[in-house]
Design a protein around this ligand. Structure first.
Ligand SMILES: O=c1[nH]cnc2c(O)c(F)c(-c3ccc(F)cc3)c(-c3ccc(F)cc3)c12
Ligand SMILES: [Mg+2]
Length: 214
């Protein structure tokens, strides 16, 4: 069952990866998901779209909502400039524990700061941690939290003119209230990138990029 995916993935990673190599870790996770069982990582196809948006944005302060096993955290961290700050939030402690080990094994501890707890409680703490705003936010957690969390980010003053919100799964499983909100809000300029569900060529999914114009 998908229930213990994160533990089975960790076992596989421990036996196969080359430590200290984030790209090898990413490839190992993708290979496991294509050949053994698929997990809810953003994957290689949508991951490439995420990579391109990160490289185009060149962000110095980044937030990820939904760490899961750390796959997208590695994809993002791999493309960040030296002096950047990257926070990833995970509410499930079992998933966070696996992500911590995967990030450590990939040698990316010093690039990624993981916070464990509900996003609604973590977001209000960033100002107190010296974060003025986020240049890029990757939203990839519970679909029903996309809209409230983006609203909270704005309320907390953590979005600045030009801040980029990248949302996964806007088609499958979908986050209709988020899409409706962000596309009909004059403060955002949104672009849809049609793609496919991770590890499932035959299922449509999409990434939505929304630039905050304030
Ligand atoms: O929960 C998620 N967070 C982030 N990204 C996700 C993602 O990229 C996914 F593709 C799925 C997904 C949904 C349906 C499915 F058939 C396969 C995978 C989920 C998800 C959603 C609800 C669930 F009950 C179980 C998994 C997530
Ligand atoms: Mg996702």
């Amino acid at each position: 069952t998908a229930e213990g995916f994160h533990l089975r993935l960790l076992e596989h990673v421990r036996k196969t990866v080359k430590p200290g190599d984030a790209s090898n870790m990413i490839a190992t996770i993708d290979n496991y998901c294509y050949t053994v069982e698929s997990g809810m990582n953003v994957g290689d196809v949508k991951g490439k779209i995420l990579d391109d948006i990160v490289l185009e944005t060149n962000p110095t302060t980044v937030l990820e909502l939904g760490t899961f096993c750390g796959y997208s955290a590695l994809r993002i961290a791999r493309n960040l400039p030296e002096n950047s700050r990257f926070f990833t939030v995970e509410f499930n402690p079992e998933h966070a524990a696996v992500a911590k080990e995967i990030i450590h094994t990939a040698g990316m501890d010093d690039k990624i700061q993981m916070l464990i707890g509900p996003s609604q409680e973590m977001i209000p703490q960033f100002k107190g941690m010296g974060v003025s705003h986020f240049d890029l936010v990757f939203v990839d957690h519970e679909k029903d939290l996309y809209k409230p969390d983006v609203i909270l980010l704005e309320k907390e003053g953590l979005l600045k003119k030009g801040s980029v919100i990248v949302a996964d799964n806007v088609v499958y499983p979908g986050s209709p209230d988020y899409i409706d909100y962000v596309r009909n809000n004059p403060k955002f300029k949104s672009t849809n990138y049609m793609s496919e569900l991770e590890y499932h060529k035959d299922v449509v999914d999409a990434i939505e990029k929304s630039i905050y114009i304030g």
